[in-house]
Design a protein. Sequence first.
Length: 257
Amino acid sequence: MESVSLCLDEPPEVVNAGVGVHGASTAHEAFRLPDLWQLHLYSYVGRLSVEGAVHTIRPGRVSLIPPDTEAHFRYRGKSQHLYAHMRLPRVGTGQSVPLMQDAGSEGPLMAGLLRHAVAALPVSAARASAEVWTVLWHIAQLTGSDEPGHRHSAVTLAQAYIEEHLAEPLPVPVIARAARVSHTHLTRLFRAETGLTVIAYVRHRRLERARHLLQSSTLSIPAVATAVGIADLQAFNKACRRGLGAGPRAVRATALR
């Protein structure tokens, strides 16, 4: 088994979470959880075999094993990992995710979230489920696979950078640097995955945030314009008319009506 299908539209039900310790008395274990998914974040070197597919275990790698699937683990002495055993919803849009992948720079964040889940579970199952749900979303977005349903990691990084810096100038080379790809490559990826140029996407997100602030807050129109990176009021008025179909005052009045 090389990949699994996740439905993440609803939170998981976390049944157990903790630190697994193996390999002290045996170099090989085989087991399955008939009713539960297994999420492991590893801190050791070993090997995992699932339905004939062999996966190398290394520190910082993360795996997801579906219910009723026998997993064979081979250890090199005492081996530890963070884990969560859970039920996942069976409704919603499935996402194909590699069974094993490298968490990379996301590893420390995932480890922190899983530790929070471990600590929260005896007190609040809902809090534990929320922490693990966040981990699952990070796992689903790790790879830049070309398979349908996967977003390239550079596009995900670029979109995150744009959302955090809408109030600032956003030249494409700066966004590309944050996404760790070249200007040209990001432009190509962005158009393929969103149907928009990077500049058009930034304009769209600025106006959607402006719509929200105009209709859902009492911020002044100059403050809204500054918050979305179009501080010039004349330019903001023109952008709203072009992108939202009306000037800022009219957009706000629509919500009031």
